[in-house]
Design a protein around this ligand. Structure first.
Ligand code: ATP
Ligand code: MG
Length: 599
């Protein structure tokens, strides 16, 4: 797949490739399916919306995370899809916290999710109105709707044990059996349901179920549970409730109250769609919900090679100490990707480029890296950095410049294609740092860098001729020796008179900035870490993080956190957003210049 070039801030996003969801929305817009429907200005029931003006949004979509963990790259796909469709078709996308489950939800996650959506470049504010909602704000309505279903004979309280309920549900080949409680009158059911609400029964003693069809070939229609008893303190509603709605009951209602038009979810909800429609149709018939009703559409999940996105497994990586936290730069969480240096535009380009289809897709991680390089190439100023330093000493320096202390000023463009970014300045002196592997005492075939007798150019500096090296007792090179060739300074007349085959990067010892550089690589060594049901921990890449002490050119002395650069020859790097302002600056490798994993 060819990635789209990422859009810059302020530029229109490249139109995402067409997909079946766009087709559905375009047909709805053409047919006027949602034209003129009233919107009460906030979520609400049929009466609330009936009094409102025509909805200024042509469509409404939503991103509905459960605030029980950090968002990951799979969620980014859903965010880009839902917010992107709303943007492209004159609609509005809601951010809705699906917080109907009292057990696992926390404010910390709510805050983190809001921050991640904004960072990705999307906003739930439209025309001066915030469209950030909490499903738990709808508990009163959900309860009222449940009573209406009971009264209409469409729901009943079931007191079977959980085991009996499971056994009587049947399976794919066997129809289910009616519960002995199924034939109670609406009055009996209403009284029981109110007792549930009032805390007169123990957790798990009974549930409210829809009365549909125990013989339905779709098991989701065999009287699904709507409410359960659960004494738990909810982060929003405290101890107001001891009964909580089931997800499959709550979600369609949330969509309808918010007047969502296109409720887009992943494929595993396909079998739930008949119940989604059953519930909303009945509640609309009972006058509780406004028509036209939302419709559910399913698309395939995005999986990325070399990545695991299950929240449970990501949590395991954190709690078992395989990574430093949820924002470890190797984590596929949006916080981890941000710290790693991934740009929002690159993530959007990857998400948009992967389209939407009816099957789950595996995207090659290299596609994300290509989107990233395409974005960073134009964005990131250049700098020289020596990551595996060894000193190079220019032994004739005093003869050429009159003093060993002389520093020859050099400069380079901050970006080769963007003169408006200005120039970097640094000095060439008698001692410079070079990469250890830019010197070979005995050069292999095709090696054009430093070896005794060979000349190379110190990039943006001068030509030097290698004369040898010094080694320690173990034979390890401690210093490389060379002489500087006079009158070869880059940018001066005649500098090219001396021809060289190699150019190397370097940093002057006198103005080098010592830094910690984290060389991050893929967290897993296998493209499909869980292939064949294997434990993902077995596929961890032991070389996913390497820490080096590096020397950087002086233009990097005071750069802000999260500033991104191309270290020439090495790749793209970002000033760490957490540790950068420590005693020595910390940079993270975002990605190399080329894909080193390509087969
Ligand atoms: P996880 O399996 O990691 O716990 P989830 O689906 O339970 O994820 P939610 O908070 O319920 O997490 O997800 C919010 C939205 O993001 C849902 O609409 C879900 O379908 C979507 N989503 C989650 N993972 C992916 C994915 N890999 N590709 C596309 N959409 C996804
Ligand atoms: Mg979920």
């Amino acid at each position: 797949m060819k990635p789209q070039p990422p859009a810059r801030a302020g530029e229109p996003e490249t139109k995402a490739s067409s997909n079946f969801l766009r087709g559905i929305i375009e047909r709805d817009l053409e047919a006027g399916t949602y034209d003129g429907r009233p919107f009460g200005g906030s979520p609400g029931d049929a009466a609330h919306h009936a009094g409102g003006p025509a909805d200024p949004a042509r469509i409404r979509t939503r991103f509905p995370p459960e605030p029980n963990g950090y968002l990951h790259v799979g969620h980014a796909k859903s965010i880009c899809l839902n917010f992107g469709l709303a943007r492209d078709y004159g609609g509005i996308c809601h951010l809705r916290f699906d917080d109907t489950n009292p057990e696992k939800e926390e404010q910390e996650y709510v805050d983190a999710i809001r921050e991640a959506v904004l960072w990705l470049g999307f906003d739930w504010n439209a025309n001066g109105t915030s469209h950030l909602y909490y499903a738990s704000d709808y508990f009163d309505f959900m309860y009222r709707a449940a009573e209406a279903l009971v009264t209409a004979g469409l729901a009943y309280v079931d007191e079977q044990s959980a085991d009996d309920m499971r056994a009587n549900r049947g399976d794919f080949n066997t129809p289910g059996k009616d519960s002995p409680f199924r034939s109670r009158t609406p009055e009996e059911n209403l009284a029981r349901f109110r007792e549930m609400r009032d805390g007169l029964h123990a957790d798990g003693a009974m549930v409210l179920r829809a009365k549909i069809d125990m013989a339905s070939p779709n098991i989701n229609l065999r009287d699904p549970a709507l409410y359960r008893i659960r004494r738990a303190t909810h982060h929003n509603t405290g101890d107001n409730w001891c009964i909580y709605p089931m997800y499959t009951y709550a979600h369609p209602i949330e969509d309808a109250l918010e007047r969502i038009t296109h409720s887009i979810c992943t494929l595993e909800f396909e079998d739930q769609r008949p119940f989604y429609d059953w519930l909303l149709e009945h509640l609309a018939d009972l006058g509780l919900l406004a028509r036209p009703l939302p419709r559910q559409y399913e698309f395939g999940r995005l999986n990325l090679s070399y990545v695991v996105t299950s929240k449970r497994k990501l949590r395991q990586l954190v709690t078992d100490g395989h990574v430093s936290g949820w924002d470890d730069p190797r984590m596929p969480t949006l916080f981890g990707m941000r710290r790693r240096g991934y740009t929002p535009a690159a993530i959007r380009a990857m998400a948009d480029g992967s389209g939407a289809s009816k099957t789950n897709i595996w995207l090659d991680y290299a596609v994300l890296d290509q989107c990233l390089r395409a974005d960073l190439e134009g964005l990131a100023p250049r700098a020289m950095a020596v990551l595996d330093p060894v000193p190079l000493v220019l032994t004739n320096w005093a003869q050429v410049f009159g003093s060993d202390a002389h520093v020859e000023p050099c400069h380079a463009p901050a970006h080769p294609q963007r003169p408006e970014l200005g120039e970097r300045h640094f000095g060439l002196a008698r001692a410079v740092w070079i990469e250890r592997d830019d010197f070979e005492e005995v050069p292999p075939k095709g090696f054009f860098r430093l070896f005794p007798g060979n000349k190379v150019r110190l990039k943006y500096g001068m030509v030097v001729e290698c004369t040898g090296c010094e080694k320690d007792a173990d034979g390890r090179v401690t210093r490389v020796l060379a002489t500087v060739v006079p009158d070869t300074k880059s940018g001066t007349p005649g500098a090219d008179a001396v021809k060289v085959k190699g150019t190397i990067t370097w940093v002057g010892a006198q103005d080098a900035i010592p830094a910690t550089v984290n060389l991050y690589d893929r967290l897993y060594k296998d493209a499909q870490p869980e292939a064949g049901g294997r434990d993902h921990l077995e596929a961890l890449n032991p070389g996913s993080k390497q820490v080096v002490r590096a020397f950087l050119e002086p233009s990097l002395a005071h750069v802000p956190k999260e500033a991104r650069f191309q270290f020439e020859r090495h790749g793209y790097f970002i000033a760490d957003r957490i540790d950068h302002e420590a005693a020595t600056p910390v940079f993270n490798r975002i990605t190399t210049l080329k894909d080193s994993w390509a087969a």
